[in-house]
Design a protein around this ligand. Structure first.
Ligand code: PRP
Length: 179
């Protein structure tokens, strides 16, 4: 089946389950950082929808930063090289930082993030990913808050794309003949 708008992806995780998990993760983060302040980092582009839902549910004061990274381009397999498309100019030293990812697949992007943000001297550095593909991991990563573990399906929707499309779907979808 071709990946176009005439053949919409099948539902892997429906909107209602995503929203329930967002509330649970946000409650966990709010409780772990009660009475503290956070810097929430959105990894562009894929995380922008998850990020905006999370920050509206986290109940501690936070500021938002945006880090643009890309390693897939228009391909379905990581190039292995993480490219910075937008950097953070605010100092992170001494701050409680949480990085929000839509998906950890090979782990190369998160591994890069941990090294790059870690080098900026935050007080604490946590990571939160909506989706994790445990069987695809190729690099060591630390995932403190994980939404759903999935298999090797190629997933789209809720921020995730195929060749720039499908990011606006409210659910996580997959293409039937792709898993
Ligand atoms: C995707 C996704 C993660 C990364 C995960 O980004 O948003 O950042 O890949 O894959 P990995 O664990 O194999 O590194 P992508 O490079 O597709 O850019 P985009 O978010 O702008 O779509």
């Amino acid at each position: 089946m071709s990946k176009d708008h005439k053949n919409p992806p099948k539902i892997l995780i429906p909107e209602v389950r995503i929203q329930a998990r967002v509330r649970e993760l946000a409650a966990e983060i709010s409780s772990d950082f009660a009475d503290q302040e956070l810097v929430a980092i959105c990894i562009l582009k894929g995380s922008f929808i998850f990020f905006s839902d999370m920050i509206r549910n986290i109940e501690v004061p936070l500021s938002c930063e945006f880090l643009g990274l890309s390693s897939y381009g228009n391909e379905t397999v990581s190039s292995g090289e993480v490219k910075v498309t937008l950097d953070i100019n605010e100092p992170l030293e001494g701050k409680n930082v949480i990085v929000f990812e839509d998906i950890v697949d090979s782990g190369l992007t998160l591994n890069y993030i941990m090294r790059s943000i870690g080098a900026r001297g935050p007080k604490t550095l946590r990571t939160c990913s909506l989706l994790v593909k445990p069987k695809s991991l190729k690099a060591p990563v630390q995932i403190d808050y994980s939404g759903f573990e999935i298999g090797d399906e190629f997933v789209v929707g809720y921020g995730l794309d195929y060749q720039g499309k499908f990011r606006g779907l409210p659910y996580i979808g997959y293409f039937e003949n792709e898993h």
